[in-house]
Design a protein around this ligand. Sequence first.
Ligand SMILES: *Cc1c(COP(=O)(O)O)cnc(C)c1O
Length: 331
Amino acid sequence: MAPSPPTVDDVNAARDRLDGLVVRTPARAYPALDRLVHARGAVGTAVVVKHENLQHTGAFKVRGALNLVQRGRDVSRGIVAYSTGNHAQALAYAAARAGLPCTIVMPRNPNPVKERAVRDHGAEVVLHGTDLAAAASHAHEIARRRGARLVSAGDEPELVAGVATATLELLEQEPHLDTLVVPVGGGSGAAAACLVTAALAPHVEVVGVQSAAAPAAHDSWRAGALRTRPSRTRAEGLAVGCGFALTQQVLRDRLRDFLLVDDDAITRAQHAYLTAARTVAEGAGAAALAAVMSHPERFAGRRVAVVCSGGNAREEELRRALTCDAAGSAA
Ligand SMILES: *Cc1c(COP(=O)(O)O)cnc(C)c1O
């Protein structure tokens, strides 16, 4: 049984808890970015970027981690998590602030930017397995042995409630949105966006985006049942191989649409962020913009917020983005 999703009261409580601990990230428009999406066929689209790449630890996930740790339920014996990076960084950061031990299991060959950051926050890093599923079972084992709290990547109401504070902010910053596009891995960010818009701005449609090279959440949503899928995307923030019950339940009720983009489209969106918005997005962070660039007609004439969810790109990833064929074969 999945735990119940958070309520709007839980989200408001999270906002109070996070006051002064998280960055109120900017929501910005860029004429050059609008020109670029217009040129691709998104006629009349106005794009607003919600800059969670400028959040502490360089990704939105720290909102959830701080909410979970500050609330303090079952964490006294420490925290264990499995992650390709940003979930790990977020929990390591939050645990360090609270003086709690933190152990992170990462699949081998992690993004070095993220691994370094986790260690810099004082967490123990265990490299295990070649994918998130293998890391997950090892993390469960460590948590069981130590009596520590295992923090899942998807089925954690406190993470969803914390992450949802980004949507609260965005609705204040941009009261006239038509569409909110959110990248999806485990689905906490998209579920959070769905819960907040349903309660406070029901006219806003929420659209999820996944890499076609790791479509587990997308396929679970379309099937109405949890699915496991291969995860071969370069965007490690989206490299999740299964649907999660809690987030899927929310997405099923409320997500308007779920799009797939290929990894090269994500790289072109990273290029667009670098050149048109002068900002660094990691692959997962660029997926929402990639959806607008890849499905322009879907967003024509709309005021669209894209969540730039993280900025922790590897050097080789930035090099690829800067040298890619930005027009793309499909343009
Ligand atoms: C984790 C992550 C995602 C996916 O978020 P979920 O809440 O797992 O769906 C998207 N972008 C970045 C940068 C991430 O770190």
